[in-house]
Ligand binder design. Structure first.
Ligand code: CBF
Length: 800
């Protein structure tokens, strides 16, 4: 969008005064931020309106991405970048003596997601709009985002994230589009005299769902999609039965927090309620739109919409869509079912069984009586149809209702036309192992869509320095098409380019070093290798393996302080789920290892360990550009894809990693020798599972290095980890090391040594770094969403 600096300055000053009755001499950063956001909103409002008109007029098919998590981070700079006014606004503000980056700090991270799943959803939102694809989000507007992590005495402490305290300038509350969602009560079916069974309800609890729309602005184009987030409220007219405080409390809880504690019945019930809440509200709004304003024939709705089930949390889309079609719009069961399957598609994001949701039948029956009836009917009809064709065993293994539980992955696969994994290895595992029975029945439904990242955020915003150097070297076409980065390969031997890349990395390291000093009070050496592991804390991601290797380096240095070592700074960022005790123990141990090492004068600055608290999108934008090495060390087969691996690659970071998830595709794309691979393969892991012959205790007893390190966890070498050290020690030596940490240890040490060797050759390192950047193109989420659009949703991009 064309905007002159003069115009911007005028608009901004006017807005500041009209909104806050203040002027530039007195305004605080919060006011400046709000006024700025308000001006930006004014700039995009018309584009949003026209794009909605265009969509309605053309009747183009649109996709709706249902996700219980979104993790967009801050929006100010990304909106400015996408509107093509980042530079103008920055310079305009500078004229007033205001730093855009300081203003941007005021914006809270919109962190209504947990980790990879939610971040992927937000990358898709950015890419859908940026590629001109009509694709919208649907989720919950949680009052509190993912908890704020504090580290106190080495322990993780969770604090509420009240991100809405100062309002959210980007969202639009659409009270006119509110719908009701109902729970509980009784339902029975009565014949209407024409052979139709009509549901009748009694004593239902009604909740008002109010949508808040946030524009998803495309990069330098005219597409603005919508992320619709629902807030739960008390309806104006309440049945007397519900006029009480408990009902009010429960209603507000529905959109209060992401993933309520599900260790008790009430918590689980609330989570199920949340899932139905946003599913029902979202589908109702979509159908109202098409039937009401668009006057579409609802029996042909699959020509107009695609609904995506992001992981199993929105799996109730299947029976709810059936309910709406059959009960509210009078579509016959068979037609409704064909339509549902055509409209729905599903992504599986993990093979970890604890993440494959199941709900007790009884709970579903009580909370969602009509939905329960519909699920029973889907299951009954399918069983009757398939039994004679494929036999009892396959039917039983794939039933939606089994052992008193409703299996949400089964529901999603059966009720949709597409099931995809998120990296090649993961999709193969789904087909060959985890969902093999389904694959036998519905082979055509299975496909792979390797994840991607919104490259604009992860380089153009997060790493302006590197972006500038790339512009100077190959021009700017890569900003629109990440594949164009391949032109960098022509500069692999160009000393000047390599030097510039090194310099950019060094400057990013200085920026991070300053932040570490400010936040952690630790002074780190910018010449050291910055070795980073940032992701959720989970045993399978093996932060522990990293920590054990750090201990090895430390003991080596203790034994021989003069050892010729490239200095290292190990940087961690990780939140553990509040009820995940073991993960929290690992955080405590890492922090105590850090204390021990950072305070030991014998290692000087050869080794430092930093745990950065409250890892989130904004922190990632600071850390990732500064990383020399990214740790992607999950046990092969366990990380479905991973996406931080792609962000690191884009920023010229070399990966040390296992043959897991998307690492495999990254290693292939970057080319041999440009990353460091180690560890068991997926087949070797499964071989151990088959034979049951892994014995971690043997490694502990026979490998003196491992022995020394593990003993340090329990013999007082590391202060303040009495119970946590013991817990971890036992998990490895008594409970047989579920994620094969000890089995991969030696090879990890070997890969780490290779890494250090390469780092001693700055030119070779810079070349490997360049090759990572040059080959990152296919990991743009623009590519991923185009594949979803072509193969799953059948939606078309707008011609600009
Ligand atoms: O597909 C996105 C990401 O999803 C997860 O975070 C998840 O929540 N299941 C996976 O663990 C990641 O591997 C994956 O990249």
């Amino acid at each position: 969008m064309k905007l002159s600096k003069k115009q911007f300055k005028q608009d901004f000053e006017e807005r500041l005064t009209s909104k806050f009755a203040t002027d530039l001499t007195k305004a605080g950063y919060q006011e400046i931020y709000d006024a700025l956001a308000s001006v930006v909103k004014h700039y995009y409002a018309n584009i949003w309106v026209s794009d909605n008109q265009y969509k309605d007029e053309t009747g183009k098919k649109q996709a709706y991405y249902f996700s219980i998590e979104f993790l967009p981070g801050k929006m100010l700079k990304s909106n400015l970048l996408n509107l093509g006014m980042l530079k103008t606004v920055r310079e305009g503000l500078e004229d007033f003596g205001i730093e855009l980056d300081e203003v941007a700090k005021v914006e809270p991270d919109m962190a209504i997601g947990n980790g990879g799943l939610g971040r992927l959803a937000s990358c898709f939102m950015d890419s859908l709009a940026s590629t001109g694809l009509p694709g919208n989000g649907n989720g919950i507007r949680y009052r509190y985002g993912l908890f704020k992590q504090k580290i106190i005495d080495g322990y993780q402490v969770e604090l509420p994230d009240s991100w809405l305290n100062n309002g959210n300038p980007w969202e639009v509350r659409r009270a006119d589009k509110a719908v009701e969602v109902t729970f509980g009560g009784e339902v029975w079916l009565e014949d209407d005299g024409k052979g139709n069974l009509i549901p009748h309800y009694k004593d239902q609890e009604r909740v008002l769902a109010v949508p808040y729309d946030t524009p998803m602005i495309g990069y330098e184009n005219t597409t603005v999609n919508n992320m619709c987030l629902w807030r739960s409220e008390v309806p104006e007219e309440l049945d007397p039965k519900f006029q009480n405080l408990e009902y009010m409390r429960q209603t507000s809880m529905l959109s209060a927090e992401l993933y309520p504690d599900d260790s008790n019945y009430d918590g689980r019930l609330l989570r199920l309620k949340q899932e139905y809440f946003f599913v029902s509200a979202g589908l109702q709004r979509i159908l109202h739109h098409y039937k009401g304003t668009q006057k579409k024939d609802i029996r042909r709705i699959s020509d107009y919409i695609a609904v995506h089930i992001n992981d199993t949390h929105p799996a109730l889309c299947v029976p709810e869509f059936m309910r709406l079609l059959v009960d509210d719009y009078g579509v016959g069961w068979n037609r409704a079912w064909d339509t549902t399957v055509k409209v729905m598609s599903y992504t599986n994001h993990t093979i970890l069984s604890e993440a494959l949701e199941k709900w007790p039948e009884e709970m579903v029956k009580q909370l969602l009586p009509r939905i329960y009836q519909i699920i029973v009917e889907i299951d009954r009809r399918r069983t009757a149809e398939l039994l004679p064709k494929i036999g009892a065993s396959l039917v039983h293994n794939t039933r939606i209702i089994k052992d008193g539980q409703i299996h949400m992955a089964n529901l999603s696969i059966i009720g949709s036309h597409s099931t995809n994994g998120v990296a090649k290895l993961h999709s193969d595992l789904l087909k060959d192992v985890e969902l093999h029975d389904f694959y036998e029945i519905y082979p055509e439904r299975f496909n792979n869509k390797t994840n991607g990242i919104a490259d604009r955020r992860w380089i153009q915003i997060a790493n302006e320095r590197l972006s500038g150097i790339i512009d100077e070297t190959i021009g700017k076409s890569w900003r629109h098409d990440l594949d164009e980065l391949k032109l960098l390969k022509n500069f692999k031997d160009d000393e000047k380019t390599l030097e510039k890349l090194q310099k950019a990395k060094y400057d990013d390291k200085l920026r991070l070093a300053a932040l570490i000093k400010e936040k952690n009070g630790i002074i780190v050496n910018p010449d050291a290798i910055f070795d980073v592991q940032v992701k959720r804390l989970h045993a399978y991601k093996r932060q522990l393996l990293n920590a054990l290797h750090i201990l090895k380096l430390y003991f080596d240095l203790k034994e021989n302080p003069e050892l010729d070592r490239v200095p290292r700074v190990f940087i961690f960022g990780a939140k553990a789920a509040p009820s995940y005790h073991y993960a929290k123990s690992i955080i405590k141990c890492i922090n105590e290892i850090a204390n021990m090492i950072n305070n030991d004068q014998t290692v000087k600055d050869k080794l430092k360990v930093v745990f950065m608290e409250n890892y989130n999108v904004s922190l990632a934008e600071m850390i990732i550009p500064a990383a020399n090495v990214g740790e992607q060390i999950s046990l092969a087969s366990k990380e479905a894809s991973g996406t931080s691996n792609m962000k690191f690659m884009l920023n010229g970071t070399l990966t040390i990693g296992t043959l897991d998830g998307a690492n495999i595709e990254i290693f292939e794309a970057a080319g041999d020798g440009n990353n460091f691979v180690f560890g068991l393969t997926k087949d070797e892991v499964y071989e151990y599972y088959r034979n049951g012959n892994y014995n971690a205790r043997d490694i502990f007893e026979q490998n003196p290095v491992v022995n020394r390190i593990l003993n340090a966890l329990i013999d007082g070498t590391i202060p303040n980890i009495k119970s946590e050290g013991r817990e971890i020690f036992d998990s490895l030596t008594v409970y047989n090391d579920e994620y094969f940490v000890l089995r991969d240890f030696n090879d990890y040490v070997r890969a780490q040594a290779d890494l250090e060797k390469l780092y001693r050759d700055p030119k070779a390192w810079a070349q490997a770094s360049l090759m990572n950047i040059a080959n990152v193109g296919r990991f743009s989420s623009d590519r991923t969403v185009k594949e979803y659009a072509d193969d799953i949703w059948y939606i078309k991009a707008k011609k600009e």
